[in-house]
Design a protein around this ligand. Structure first.
Ligand code: NAP
Ligand code: MG
Length: 496
């Protein structure tokens, strides 16, 4: 049975033919250096797209700005914009299978994940955010100033769209993370130019087409392709961009923040994590093992909030490791399009090499590696690795591997464990596993992370703010906080 692009549905094949490059002002741009988009399951070519350059980035910003300046989107009534965004959600849902197949073919992920998470979660997310178009609000303020004598004032705050938003997104959830930025920005009345990761440009191009079909005016949501170093840099430093919203590595996030400050653009950075799972002595081991497999191996660990370091009470440590190893041992590796595949390829050969190198260095440092690693098969596979009895100082316990590597470290004392959990530059998310309510209540405030889960991991919801502490970034996505972050707050004071 073949699971390459020829096995995809007819609409997917038609799209792979139709897409030729960036999508700006409602049409594809075929000019530019040709770049092959690969299928990580084979390394074979999926499509060829024209890459953008600095000049195209400038043009994309100019057209995005034109759509903001002539008010073709922001001046539609909130109810009309809400209806258009709801129609966008309907179209994503109606084309869900097509989008899921595009995502799986390009990113490598399991088709089950693409359907349930990349598409399913996104539909709910777009509907949730659509509702905020009609619910943005300012507030009235009481003035105390008494001059000139007898003067009276009426004062209030007004939320207005920030303007031109540049969104730069990574390759792990290309469609979903794009929507996390594009939809709240549109809900706030902004216009958006988006740059996908070079490895995974396809699904967002299809989204841009669907946005127009839903009624988003041309030029309000544009996609410009091209390398981070050329097109990404240009977007971040462009003087006509009012906000840069980025998800990716800490190193690039810092550069983007510096570039944005040069022209006082707002910026938000979601920069990944080295997320701990803390399993206390009284934890329910079945739940904790299930949570570790889900939290650690979703999308083959290519998840910013993935659990990747596990501090497990010494009394449970050996059994925890044994059960993890048993669960992953012998998992079938295969293309994401194969519904039976349990281990699907990583996004790229570069990511595969990077993860395998981490594993090799851990082995060289004396780590006890139970299962997994290289898969003797074409495609960019790494099968899940369980490292037991690891040392907190090891590289695999400290750095974001962004792959299916579960590093388990025993502890004896809760205070010691909290210190280990917090001993990291990163602080995106963490989970605590305990059956004790008072332990959960006492410990959650002490964990340095933007999200703390108790007895669950990687449970995201459109309503709950998501974003990191420490070097994991700045700003929140989801919830009203996300929409407000695409607005400027204006104070109005009227004397009468
Ligand atoms: P990255 O370099 O930060 O790339 C993320 C996005 O930024 C891509 O669209 C990339 O474009 C663009 N970019 C790269 N350099 C840029 C620059 N100088 N200015 C503006 N934009 C730029 O991440 P990566 O190299 O793909 O992955 C490296 C590591 O980052 C991963 O192993 C993982 O640890 C972390 N990561 C975190 C997340 C997350 O969800 N927080 C997601 C992905 C990766 P190109 O694709 O063209 O380079
Ligand atoms: Mg990079």
């Amino acid at each position: 049975m073949s699971y390459d692009k020829m096995s995809a549905s007819e609409p997917v094949q038609a799209f792979l033919e139709r897409a030729t490059g960036s999508f700006i002002d409602g049409r594809f741009r075929a000019q530019g250096n040709a770049r092959d988009v690969l299928d990580p399951a084979t390394g074979g070519r999926l499509a060829t797209l024209a890459e953008g350059d600095g000049a195209l980035a400038d043009e994309a910003v100019a057209l995005t700005k034109a759509s903001f300046d002539d008010r073709r989107w922001r001046d539609l009534s909130p109810a009309v914009r809400e209806r258009i965004l709801l129609r966008f959600a309907d179209l994503i849902e109606r084309h869900g299978e097509e989008l899921a197949q595009i995502e799986t073919l390009n990113q490598g992920k399991s088709i089950h994940i693409a359907r349930a998470v990349d598409v399913g979660f996104s539909v709910d997310f777009v509907r949730y955010m659509a509702g905020w178009t009609t619910k943005l609000e300012g507030s009235t303020r009481e003035m105390s100033i008494g001059m000139p004598e007898g003067a009276q004032f009426n004062a209030y705050t007004l939320r207005q769209p920030l303007g031109v938003v540049a969104a730069i997104v990574p390759w792990n959830f290309p469609l979903m993370i794009a929507l996390w930025k594009v939809v709240p920005a549109l809900a706030a009345g902004c216009s958006v130019v988006l740059k996908p990761a070079s490895e995974t440009p396809l699904s967002v191009l299809r989204l841009a087409e669907l946005a127009i079909e839903a009624g988003v005016p041309r030029g309000v949501f544009n996609v410009v392709l091209g390398s981070g170093s050329v097109v990404g840099t240009r977007l971040a430093e462009h003087p006509d961009v009012h906000k840069v919203t980025f998800t990716g590595s800490t190193a690039v996030g810092k550069q983007i923040g510096h570039a944005a400050v040069e022209h006082m653009a707002h910026f938000s950075l979601e920069l990944g994590g080295k997320n701990p799972m803390l399993v206390l002595e009284d934890a329910d081991l079945d739940k904790a093992v299930g949570g570790a497999l889900m939290g650690g191996l979703l999308n083959q660990g290519q998840v910013c909030a993935a659990a990747s370091r596990f501090y497990v009470h010494r009394s449970l440590h050996d059994e925890f490791c044994r059960r993890l190893a048993e669960a992953v041992d012998g998992m079938a590796a295969g293309p994401g399009m194969d519904p039976q595949a349990q281990v699907t390829p990583l996004v790229s050969q570069r990511q595969q090499r990077s993860v395998l190198d981490y594993i090799d260095r851990a082995r060289a440092q004396g780590a006890d590696i139970h299962v997994g690693g290289a898969v003797p098969k074409e495609g960019f596979y790494v099968s899940p690795v369980v490292i037991s009895g690891a040392d907190h100082g090891m590289e695999v316990a400290r750095e974001e591997v962004f792959g299916p590597v579960l590093t388990v470290i025993p502890f004896d004392d809760v205070e010691e464990a909290i210190a280990l959990v917090n001993d990291s530059d990163l602080g995106l998310a963490a989970s605590l596993w305990t059956e004790s309510l008072s332990q959960a209540m006492r410990l959650t405030p002490r964990i340095e992370a933007g999200t703390v889960w108790v007895n669950t991991h990687v449970t995201l919801d459109a309503s709950l703010p998501f974003g990191g502490f420490k070097m994991s970034g700045l700003g929140k996505e989801f919830g009203p906080e996300a929409v407000n972050a695409y607005t400027e707050l204006k104070s109005v004071c009227i004397a009468y």
